[in-house]
Design a protein around this ligand. Structure first.
Ligand code: AP5
Length: 224
């Protein structure tokens, strides 16, 4: 399918850990020529580089809790002020709390980007746990695999660049439970918030990757 261009809007991928937000958001960002902004990836980058932000975020992420709003908002404001975000962006894992959503509204108003389009991924808890424990990520390019559903051609190596596939430290059973609880407690209320604004679309995220991509692209085409 050729790249679709011209969606001058912020698109938000909202859903619990393991719902497939990253997998789908990367695909959409590429097709629409928009930057893919994952606050999880940004935070992991800070942790990996050992910045002061990363040192604050690391223990919180390892417990599966949410990083404080002021840390995330500072990082996001800086990122969206760059020129590549002038025509919209794809958010993956942001916003995750009501204060984050309200600040994003302000940012979008200032940039004349209107309301975001929110794709809400719905997947049952058992499937989420299996996806998270089976996830492996390329240490070079970040490509996402799953040992159960999306294995690489060669065990432990990325199909694209041969990079080593690694397991995220927060994909351990006990941390997964806390991440799911944090979602329910702090992020789930955003579903009602955005539904109330009339900008939320539910996506059944339980099908195979290509079926979910088709459903997402259909919604985006209608919103275009
Ligand atoms: P983050 O990195 O955002 O993690 P998350 O929200 O927990 O989401 P995941 O990345 O685990 O899952 P996903 O939905 O992207 O699924 P994926 O596509 O990888 O956040 C990590 C931490 O950072 C947080 O816990 C928090 O501490 C902090 N943080 C980040 N943002 C923050 C914020 N805004 N505020 C405060 N703190 C923040 O898929 C998962 C697996 O399933 C993969 O193996 C994939 O191959 C597989 N899969 C995907 N789709 C399918 C499918 N359709 N069928 C079969 N398998 C599939």
């Amino acid at each position: 399918m050729p790249a679709a261009r011209g969606l001058r809007r912020a698109v938000i991928f909202l859903g619990p850990p393991g719902a497939g937000k990253g997998t789908q958001a990367k695909e959409v960002a590429q097709r629409y020529g928009l930057p893919h902004l994952s606050t999880g990836d940004m935070l992991r980058d800070h942790v990996g580089r050992g910045t002061s932000l990363g040192r604050r975020a690391r223990p919180i992420m390892e417990r599966g809790e949410l990083v404080p709003d002021e840390i995330v908002l500072g990082m996001v404001e800086e990122r969206v002020s760059r020129p590549d975000c002038a025509n919209g962006f794809v958010f993956d894992g942001f916003p995750r709390t009501l204060p984050q959503a309200e600040r994003l509204d302000e940012i979008l108003r200032r940039r004349d980007l209107g309301h975001p389009l929110v794709l809400h991924f719905v997947v049952d808890a058992d499937r989420l746990r299996q996806r998270l424990t089976g996830r492996r990520t390329c240490s070079v390019g970040g490509e996402i695999y799953n040992i159960y559903d999306r294995p690489p051609k060669v065990d432990g190596r990325c199909d694209n660049d041969g990079g080593e596939l690694v397991q995220r430290s927060d994909d351990r059973e006990e941390v997964i439970a806390e991440r799911l609880a944090a979602y329910k407690r702090q992020t789930r209320p955003l579903v009602d918030y955005y539904r109330g604004l009339g900008v939320l679309r539910d996506v059944d995220g339980s099908g195979e990757v290509s079926a979910v991509t088709r459903a997402v692209l259909k919604i985006l085409t209608q919103a275009d």
